[in-house]
Structure formats: structure tokens, C-alpha cells
Design a binder for this molecule. Structure first.
Ligand code: HEM
Length: 348
């Protein structure tokens, strides 16, 4: 990061102290297109609903823009919801269904790795679905609405606008037990991340580019607290954290007994705007998660981190293409494997 960014950094950290508890309360209030290779099917299209629901993007946009005004946390939360949906059983809205009452088989949504997905994200999709159903009943899948809403929130926070391909059906299977092995963790190594992404048909470039979504949003302390006090069992902080960031994060996140609702922003320089600052931050040891920081350290991913840090336009184009690719993982077509839910939280 260039020296001129430091005043911003300090201002953001200062701002952060006042915002953190407020954000924590908000959180707990529960309280174009790239060529696809390999296993990803090419079967979606931008104009899929041209006859059956031509206004679908606009209908969803009217909901996402209002939701963003009322609850800005919906933006990062919905982008993450889409990622967690696509990585488990494919982009089929399997993350949206609730566990059947009385059932011991938990739905994806109730898996530990999904517990922190903010309720505002689910609300955004439910509201958009209700409005779409009122105009085009029984036509548009929840999975497509989630893909459109994620794109809208990228754009609303300052990121690129890209066309979303549609035609996904909703999944019939949603199992919490399938979540842990398909979702990356903050202490995953670059090798582990590459293996997981590759199992989804995504490349090293996709890993680095999609991780740039951490330019907005927040993380709970538990995902990085070891880096602050006891990195890899050394009883020392991670040497790859800037000392000022370390100090600030320690104040928010004590080693023991802290408030579990406290969150810290991923991007300490511009936490609310979708830009390429994430890459400059990790180059300057300002990454929040070990998995973020690792991308700037590993010789395989470092060159792309450097290129994206320098060129916002390059990041935006690559991000739009990678979201398109991620949005094609494991999509279902037709009634054999899929359904069209009326209510996104309930299977048909
Ligand atoms: C590469 C491996 C990744 C790891 C290890 C990872 C891990 C995490 C963790 C631990 C959190 C904090 C959750 C919390 O405390 O509430 C988080 C938040 C987030 N993740 Fe990731 N993530 C990864 C990739 C992605 C991808 C590919 C996307 C989207 C394309 C994404 C989007 C987000 C967003 C937007 C948030 C903020 C959520 C919010 O503020 O509500 N992440 N991620």
C-alpha cells in the first residue's frame, strides 16, 4: 500500500471502534462472461425469462435497492449467501430451505458454517421472491433470484454491473452434513483452497479474484483471534499482521471472554465500498483472515494479487467473469433434479 493510504487507514480504524459495537448489535438483531471449462455446464442464459418474466431483473432490483437503503449489511451478507449456496450442492438455493419441523436432519442453513450468515440476506431473497411471485407466479426459481440479488449488491456497493445468466432450478436436497467439507475456513491453506475451488471447476485465478469479495463485509473475532495472540501455537501474533492493525484488532477482540457478536471489517481502508483495496491491503499486511493474507504470500497467487491491487478495472472485469462461473456450479435443469419453489424456505 502506498504511504498516502495511511491516514485513511487510521481514520477507518478510529471509525471502526465506534462502529463495531453498533454493527455487532445490527448483526445480532436476528439480531462479462468468461468461457467455462471442465465440469461446469453451459446451460444458462441471460434471456431465459424473456417471455415468461421479462422484468425479473428490474423486479428484484426494486427490492435490493430498498433493502440496501434500509439494511446495508444485506449487501455483503447476500454475496456470501450466494457463495455458500453455490459451493454446497451447486447454485440451487439449497441454502434457503429451513429444517423440517421435528426432523433430526438439519438443512444446510443450520450447519455451523452457515450460522453467521446474516438474517438480512435471507430477508432480501424472500422479499424479492414474494414480489416476483406476485408478477410472474410459479416461474422464477429462488436460485436465480439469489444470483440476481448478489449481482445487485455488488453493484450497489460500488462494484461492477454484469449480466446474470438464468435458468437454474431449485434443489430438492439440503443437508447440513454436506456443508463443512465444501466451505473454506479462515485457516485453510492455499493448497486446501486450491483443491476445494478446483473441485468446483474453479481455477487459481478464480480463487484470488472471488476472494476480492472480502473488500466489503465483516468477520467475527473467532475467525482471526488466533492470529492476534497465538499464531500456529507460537503464543505470538502472526508476523504477517501490520502492528497497528494488530493493536486495533486486539482492542476489539480480547483473547478470552470477548463479546462473540463483535465483528471487524475485512477492508480497513474502505470497508463499505466494493473496490480493489482488498488486494493493496493484503500486500500491506492488512489482511483480516489468515486465508486472505496467505494469497499475498504464496508465490503462486502473489503475482495476481499485485496485478489486481494496481488495476481496479481488471479486478471488476475478472470478478464479473468469476461470479458468472461460480454461478454455474452444479446447476439443476428440469423437474428430475430440481423444483420451482413458491416459498424459498420450503421444498415443494
Ligand atoms: C477463499 C476462501 C474464503 C474463506 C476462507 C472465507 C471465509 C469467510 C469468513 C470466515 C467470513 C466471516 C464470517 C463471519 O464472521 O460472519 C467471511 C465473510 C464474507 N465472505 Fe468469505 N470466505 C472465502 C471466500 C469468499 C468468496 C468466494 C466470497 C464471494 C464471492 C466471499 C464473500 C464473503 C463476504 C461478502 C463476507 C462478509 C459477510 C458479511 O459481512 O455478512 N467469501 N468469509
Amino acid at each position: 500500500m502506498s504511504f498516502s493510504c495511511y491516514p485513511l487507514f487510521s481514520a477507518a480504524l478510529f471509525f471502526e471502534f465506534f462502529l463495531l459495537s453498533f454493527l455487532a448489535l445490527l448483526r445480532s438483531s436476528d439480531c462479462l462472461v468468461n468461457v467455462t471449462r471442465g465440469r461446469i455446464p453451459r446451460q444458462l442464459s441471460v434471456n431465459f425469462y424473456a417471455k415468461s418474466c421479462p422484468q425479473v431483473d428490474q423486479i428484484v432490483a426494486s427490492v435490493t435497492s430498498e433493502q440496501f437503503r434500509e439494511a446495508p449489511v444485506s449487501a455483503p451478507a447476500t454475496i456470501r449467501l450466494f457463495f455458500h449456496d453455490c459451493f454446497v450442492e451447486g447454485c440451487d438455493a439449497s441454502i434457503l430451505t429451513s429444517t423440517r419441523p421435528g426432523s433430526k436432519d438439519l438443512a444446510e442453513r443450520d450447519a455451523l458454517d452457515n450460522k453467521e450468515l446474516a438474517v438480512e440476506a435471507f430477508e432480501s431473497i424472500n422479499k424479492a421472491k414474494a414480489l416476483v411471485e406476485s408478477k410472474c407466479p410459479g416461474v422464477v426459481s429462488c436460485a436465480d433470484i439469489l444470483a440476481i440479488a448478489a449481482r445487485d449488491f455488488v453493484h450497489l456497493t460500488g462494484g461492477p454491473y454484469y449480466q446474470v445468466k438464468k435458468g437454474r432450478w431449485d434443489g430438492k436436497i439440503s443437508m447440513a452434513s454436506r456443508v463443512p467439507s465444501n466451505i473454506p475456513h479462515s485457516n485453510s491453506t492455499v493448497n486446501e483452497l486450491l483443491r476445494l475451488f478446483s473441485s468446483k471447476g474453479l481455477t487459481l485465478e478464480d480463487l484470488v479474484v472471488l476472494s476480492g469479495a472480502h473488500t466489503i463485509g465483516f468477520s467475527h473475532c473467532k475467525h482471526f483471534v488466533d492470529r492476534l495472540y497465538n499464531y500456529k501455537g507460537t503464543k505470538q501474533p502472526d508476523p504477517a499482521i501490520d502492528p497497528r492493525l494488530l493493536k486495533a484488532l486486539k482492542m476489539s477482540c480480547p483473547q478470552f471472554g470477548g463479546n462473540t457478536d463483535i465483528v471487524a471489517p475485512f477492508d480497513v481502508t474502505t470497508p463499505f465500498s466494493f473496490d480493489n483495496a482488498y488486494y493493496g491491503n493484503i500486500e500491506a499486511k492488512l489482511g483480516l483472515l489468515a486465508s486472505d493474507q496467505a494469497l499475498a504470500l504464496d508465490p503462486r497467487t502473489k503475482p495476481l494479487v499485485q496485478a489486481l491491487a494496481k488495476d481496479k478495472q481488471k479486478f471488476f472485469l475478472a470478478f464479473a467473469a468469476a461470479m458468472d462461473k461460480m454461478g454455474s456450479i452444479g446447476v439443476k435443469k428440469g423437474p428430475r433434479h430440481g423444483e420451482k419453489r413458491r416459498d424459498c424456505s420450503m421444498h415443494m
